[in-house]
Design a protein around this ligand. Structure first.
Ligand code: SF4
Length: 308
């Protein structure tokens, strides 16, 4: 995993205090210095939490913590926000998918330990008896992200539930969310677009405090808080449809800066429509996890074990 150190030197001045700026926000037209950027960042994340009533007294919040820039920012932010509250607790969960040279659960544990946040690691190998590298060996790497995504989502939910979490916090940022909406549109996947936010028995409700914050600002927040930027990439990430959609959306949003916000709003409005109609949730007869019509995790594990 490559970590680089960056010097932030800017000839521009903060529009609020005239100190050197670390960021120009194209969508607000503001230059911001370190302190005003951090204040603006945290204010927006807190507003998202407040508007969605995502943190309530008695909550135990599990942060999905890969150790990358987004989840590091999330852990730091939630720790800053909640460490003085006695009525809310925090823990972090790292999923080790078994991708050689990519994840380092020991580093994640040490990062969480430095903050004093309890940490749990769960691995594909222990839970499923295989790893993403093992799946790629058997099935090739064309569908690595589809398999990995489904199994990781399930395992995260299981680990959060086992740890008694009432919420599962994800470091998804504005870019991730906008890409997800666009991917679902491109696939014509109306079921996912209309998937509501109603509580589902067995599923720990997910929260995404950085929903309205662009990826580069999340990276900058992590850098300003830790002095480092993690540039490690999964060796299979080039296969993801997401990589193509990211490129396309970045090019379009450069000319039309409000596009990502518009896509996220569209996703939220469709999810609200979906929440209004009753959905059907089944429980997998084999693994007991909540699922749609069939348990995709069990299907994947069958394929991988049988080598189909
Ligand atoms: Fe898994 Fe794909 Fe993400 Fe790699 S890029 S961690 S294979 S989902």
């Amino acid at each position: 995993m490559l970590m680089i150190k960056v010097d932030l030197i800017s000839p521009m001045r903060c529009d609020k205090c005239r100190r050197p700026a670390v960021l120009f926000q194209r969508y607000s037209g503001l230059h911001l210095c370190r302190d005003h950027f951090i204040a603006d960042f945290e204010t927006r994340a807190k507003r998202t939490i407040r508007e969605n009533r995502w943190v309530l007294p008695g909550d135990r919040i599990a942060v999905a913590f890969s150790g990358g820039k987004d989840s590091s920012a999330l852990l730091i932010f939630l720790h800053t926000l909640l460490s003085k509250r006695r009525d809310v607790s925090l823990l972090s969960i790292t999923i080790d998918e078994g991708i050689r040279g990519y994840r380092d659960p020991a580093r994640a544990r040490s990062f969480a330990g430095d903050l004093g946040v309890p940490h749990v690691t769960v691995s594909f190998q222990e839970r499923y008896g295989t790893t993403v590298d093992g799946i790629v060996e058997k099935k090739g790497d064309a569908l690595s992200c589809s398999y990995c995504g489904v199994l990781r989502r399930n395992l995260l939910n299981e680990a959060a539930r086992d740890a008694g979490a009432t919420r599962l916090a994800l470091g998804f940022n504005l870019d991730d969310e906008a890409q997800t909406v666009l991917m679902n549109v491109l696939r014509g996947d109306s079921a996912r677009l209309l998937r509501g936010t109603r509580p589902v028995p067995g599923m720990v409700p997910r929260i995404k405090p950085f929903l309205s914050i662009p990826e580069r600002e999340v990276a900058l927040y992590t850098y300003l808080q830790t002095g480092r930027i993690d540039t490690g990439r999964c060796p299979y990430s080039h296969n993801a449809l997401r990589a193509e959609v990211r490129q396309m959306l970045n090019a379009y949003a450069w000319k039309h800066p409000a596009t990502r916000f518009a896509l996220v709003n569209l996703g939220q409005e469709l999810a609200a429509l979906g929440s209004a109609s009753p959905g059907t949730v089944h429980t997998c007869t084999r693994c007991g996890e909540p699922c749609g019509t069939t348990c995709r995790s069990c299907e994947i594990l069958d394929e991988v074990r049988d080598g189909a």
